[in-house]
Design a protein around this ligand. Structure first.
Ligand code: TNX
Length: 509
């Protein structure tokens, strides 16, 4: 029996013959891992209607055991008369069970199918990821995605053994979290009057209001769902740049006197927070509030693309520069980085930021998300930071899928193209990085910026199959594009069963 696992396990030995399962499925599991098995049981029940019973080892079809020699996220899976899973962590168990689902029929990825039996290939797998951070970043600011959409993305991550979902929760065009002490963030900043129609450069507007804002209950629902899927949510509040929506709600946070609205164009707004104490205190308060909903998560403080034009013209900003003895306006951004980093650390969070924060003072225990180029990741690692690789040239999935003129409107014209083959050839370790510093590379994540992604279907189209391809790269087991392609094709059928509206592969040349 041929197996087509994505991502490919580190070691796989397929043996001859199959094992047949029927309902009820009998599972023996250590008490501490009952939750993981219950989550698997729910998937089996909703997909093919089977029941799962927890039983003693001697009656079990599937035994989940603790194995001291497995590392974090590692597992062994042996399919024989009895199926055994060995792991040392809940994540390891969850991955083994996900792989079991991939080994079964595609009905296991649907809703409401019926099946009498399941045939599993006899085999042995020993597996674990090369990189600890295997993520997807979703921009819910440019276009809002509701709790159901986000949970669906979490399920897609889990199906590919990806483990971080980074949520970009605010931008110039919208603020997406209700912060009760700052009600105008919900009342004003969460909705824009209009959005660009077609490509931004055409200068047209749709004149349709767009908005959305997560309540505390929404954030809790996302957290719970992610926990069940062993995905860590990484919330991001992006300041002091990308702050036009916040300034539209609270003009006193900005640098000018003219009223501004939530931005209705894409791009980089010049409206940034001012550098007075009240703006720093605002940033600290909202970031800590959002972070408090994800107590065990690392938190991203943004920090990208912060134009300094307003600070150059502002007497107050110039006074703050003089007070600190700064020579360059970009150093002002460091005041935010420093303040937010200290506050989040005190609350027990690890802190991440986009690579621009390195233009000013930044502690080397801030994890850098290198987006402008892989070389930014190399420089960050050389400066002693841990890094999450997110270079736009490979991992911005708002870029076109191909050069064909038939692609739906996307961020930029060719050469801003990222084919799945290019993703597969991406090296997580930045070129030129000394091997002694590889330990700084936590892993990588794809970016789904949503200026041109407004619906769930289009999100799927941009995300898949590239995210599945990426998952194998981040897991650390890519082979050649030619060897991978047939496996990917078989995986597409699984994506169809999941209801993913993926982009079809181009015909093989
Ligand atoms: C750059 S990457 C941005 C985003 C845009 C994206 C479009 C980064 C940290 N900032 O604001 O959405 O390019 O690809």
């Amino acid at each position: 029996m041929d197996v087509a696992l994505v991502p490919r396990p580190r070691f796989l030995d397929v043996r001859s013959g199959t094992v047949t399962w029927r309902s009820p499925l009998r599972v023996a599991v250590e008490p501490e891992w009952r939750d993981v098995v219950e989550s698997f049981a729910r998937d089996v029940e909703t997909s093919i209607g089977w029941t799962v019973e927890v039983v003693d080892e001697h009656r079990a079809d599937l035994i989940v055991r603790r194995a001291g020699d497995c590392g974090d996220e590692e597992y062994r899976l042996a399919i024989d008369e009895v199926v055994t899973v060995d792991a040392a962590s809940t994540a390891g168990v969850a991955y083994a069970l996900t792989v079991l689902r991939q080994l079964g029929p595609n009905e296991l990825w649907t809703n409401g199918a019926t099946l009498e039996t399941i045939a599993l290939p006899r085999l042995f797998i020993e597996d674990g990821p090369r990189f600890a951070w295997r993520g997807v970043h979703l921009d819910v600011a440019r276009h809002f995605f509701d709790v159901g959409d986000v949970c669906r993305v979490i399920d897609q991550l889990a199906a590919h053994r990806l483990n971080h979902l980074h949520l970009h929760l605010n931008d110039d065009q919208g603020w997406r979290v209700d912060v009760p002490r700052w009600p105008r963030l919900r009342e004003v900043a969460s909705t824009r009057r209009s959005s660009p129609f077609g490509h931004e450069v055409e200068g047209r507007d749709d004149e349709v209001p767009h908005g959305g804002c997560y309540s505390a209950d929404d954030l809790e629902a996302i957290r719970q769902h992610a926990k069940r899927r062993f995905v860590t949510i990484v919330p991001e509040i992006d300041l002091p740049g990308h702050a036009q929506a916040a300034i539209a709600a609270y003009a006193e946070l900005g640098n000018g006197d003219d009223p501004i609205e939530v931005w209705t164009r894409w791009g980089i707004s010049e409206h940034v927070l001012n550098v007075e104490e009240a703006a720093l205190a605002f940033a600290e308060e909202v970031v800590r509030y959002v972070a408090s909903h994800f107590p065990d998560s690392p938190v991203h403080i943004g920090g990208d693309e912060c134009p300094t034009t307003e600070w150059e013209r502002s007497e107050l900003a110039q006074a703050v520069m003089a007070e600190h003895g700064f020579r360059d306006e970009r150093q002002l951004q460091g005041l935010f980085t420093e303040r937010l980093t200290a506050a989040l650390r005190a609350d027990g969070h690890e802190v991440l930021a986009w690579d621009e924060v390195m233009d000013a003072e930044v502690d080397d225990d801030v994890v850098i998300c290198a987006w402008r180029h892989s070389a930014r990741g190399r420089l960050a690692a050389e400066a002693g930071h841990d890094v999450v690789m997110a270079p736009m040239q490979f991992l911005y999935f708002d870029w076109l899928n191909s050069e064909s003129g038939d692609e739906p409107v996307a961020l930029a014209p060719p050469p801003a193209v990222t084919t799945w083959e290019k993703v597969y050839r991406f090296s997580v370790i930045p070129p030129g990085l000394d091997e002694k510093l590889w330990h700084h590379v936590r892993g990588a994540q794809v970016q789904l910026w949503s200026e041109y992604i407004a619906t769930r279907e289009h999100l799927d189209y941009m995300a898949f199959p590239r995210t599945a391809v990426f998952a194998e790269v981040a897991w650390g087991t890519p082979e050649s594009v030619d060897l991978f392609r047939p496996r990917l094709e078989r995986h597409l059928a699984r994506l169809s069963a999941m209801g993913v509206h993926y982009r079809a592969l181009d015909a093989h040349e």
